[in-house]
Design a protein around this ligand. Structure first.
Ligand code: ADP
Ligand code: MG
Length: 148
């Protein structure tokens, strides 16, 4: 599988950067000729992951770094990696449970959305080191009807 195109960027953990990350990744992914719905799903997943880094990883502190990579492969697979150097996740299995949140005010559905909209989903995290979310989606596999 060959890399066709990629972008890497870094943002500060400011809430206004959620929409920047969401739109930038959406714009980049749009070069694959896929549906608007596909792009909207990618944007949703990116905003969930970046919000998690800001809210949970950095506890809303504004000086954290978030690293975002998007890779487009020859076979129309898109890989998105979102990383922070925040507090990390103690119990990943528990964090992935639908409707689990460490904050009772929140819905706990971010990871559930990521899993349902993507074909491949991986969380690497270490307490006090940070969290890395790796998401993959193939646009032939999922949007097949759209291209028939
Ligand atoms: N980047 C992160 N750093 C630290 N903890 C995280 C991170 N992302 C997710 N978590 C943990 O996983 C839980 C579940 O995340 P999520 O499904 O998005 O639900 P919510 O954001 O509504 O709490 C969070 O409540 C938090 O405890
Ligand atoms: Mg969340």
């Amino acid at each position: 599988m060959n890399v066709k195109n990629y972008v890497n960027f870094e943002i500060l953990s400011l809430p206004e950067n959620v929409s920047f990350a969401r739109s930038s990744v959406g714009a980049f992914v749009s070069q694959i000729d896929c549906t608007l719905e596909d792009v909207d799903e990618i944007k949703l997943v990116v905003s969930e992951a970046v919000s998690n880094s800001i809210i949970h990883g950095y506890n809303n502190q504004k000086n954290g770094k978030i690293f975002i990579s998007v890779i487009i492969y020859d076979n129309r697979t898109v890989e998105i990696i979102i990383e922070d150097n925040g507090i990390g996740i103690e119990d990943i299995e528990k964090a992935l449970e639908p409707a689990y949140s460490s904050d009772p005010q929140r819905m706990g559905l971010g990871f559930t959305f990521m899993q349902s909209f993507m074909d491949d989903f991986e969380v690497l995290s270490k307490p006090n080191e940070g969290t890395s979310i790796r998401l993959k989606r193939n646009f032939l596999a999922k949007g097949k009807e759209a291209y028939a």
